[in-house]
Design a protein around this ligand. Structure first.
Ligand code: ADP
Ligand code: MG
Length: 294
């Protein structure tokens, strides 16, 4: 069951000029820690291979199998998650982490100094690229927090002969607002939010708004390139094998499975650079143009 230590995410970003790109969906499983150190609390999710996992089906005591573009098992390292895909060669790219609170979204995106996540690895790659390409291109960083969702947007312009390319990289940690809700809400609201994974709920709302042309929230506008838009997008669903997360895990997996149908249309965002013209001296007559008709 431990064959899924290393995941296949790096394959995902390999092709540079793909046709309309399906949203790529990866699932990352948090390592199982048995705090009771016994068999009374066994995990409810099992790694199968680099693409699939199984989860307990409590209705019939059998297992349900799910398959994704990549499955990062319990032993996957931070470097296995990150791919420097399409890194801003004039195309948009996006990595979104979602899942229940405590399942490892921030660990995946930000990580720690010892185990840097997607964001620091992407920034390191960008600095390296900028160094290699000299100083022409420009890189802008915008960090935007909408509720507790953190979106880091890196925009990069680069000059290639006669053209200017502009690419955006969205790095999103859908932190979810469960925490706020749990602490700030009481009674019915708390009950409502109890079983709903909020980041999932919010993501669903964003997708609905985009599909149905509903009014767009700030978050929806931020995510529109990533979901059904122009970016090469990877959704990383973070789950844990613990039983107390079982319901969240099932809804995350079902949402992840449905998300595989979302289609994005990446293109190279390029504009022609006007050729540098030699200054032209115009006579006063030419400057003034033809005499106005009376
Ligand atoms: P989330 O952002 O989804 O609420 P966190 O990323 O904050 O969850 O994870 C909760 C805790 O579990 C953190 O202390 C984090 O370092 C740890 N953790 C999460 N995923 C992993 C993992 N794959 N390997 C090791 N530790 C992890
Ligand atoms: Mg978090």
């Amino acid at each position: 069951t431990s064959g899924a230590g290393r995941c296949q995410l790096s394959k995902i970003g390999a092709s540079r000029h793909p046709p309309p790109a399906r949203l790529r969906v990866a699932v990352r499983l948090w390592p199982f820690v048995d705090s009771t150190a016994g068999t009374s609390n066994p995990p409810c999710v099992w790694s199968m291979d680099s693409f699939s996992l199984e989860i307990a089906n409590w209705r019939n005591h059998r297992r349900l199998k799910y398959q994704f573009d990549a499955f990062c098992g319990e032993r996957s390292a931070q470097q296995d998650i990150y791919t420097g895909q399409h890194l801003l060669e004039g195309q948009n790219a996006s990595v979104l982490a979602y899942g229940p609170t405590g399942a490892g979204k921030t660990h995946t995106m930000l990580g720690s100094p010892e185990q840097p996540g997607v964001i620091p690895q992407a920034l390191m790659d960008l600095l390296q690229l900028t160094r290699e390409e000299g100083t022409e291109g420009a890189t802008r960083l915008n960090q935007c927090s909408s509720c507790s969702h953190a979106v880091l947007l890196i925009q990069r312009e680069r000059l290639v002969p006669f053209r200017q390319q502009e690419g955006k990289l969205y790095l999103t940690d859908l932190a979810g607002s469960e925490d706020n809700r749990r602490t700030g809400n009481k009674g019915l609201r708390l009950k409502e939010s109890g079983a709903i994974n909020t980041s999932l709920f919010v993501l669903g709302k964003v997708v609905d708004a985009l599909n149905q042309g509903l009014p767009r929230s700030k978050l929806t506008r931020l995510l529109q390139d990533s979901l059904g838009g122009s970016a090469h997008s990877i959704l990383i669903a973070n789950i844990t094998p613990e039983r107390r997360f079982y319901l969240d895990t099932v809804s995350v997996l079902n949402f992840a499975a449905r998300s595989k149908e979302m289609i994005n249309r990446p293109f190279t965002n390029e504009s022609l650079q006007p050729p540098v013209l030699a200054p032209v001296r115009l006579s006063q007559k030419e400057l003034l143009g033809p005499p106005e008709a009376k």
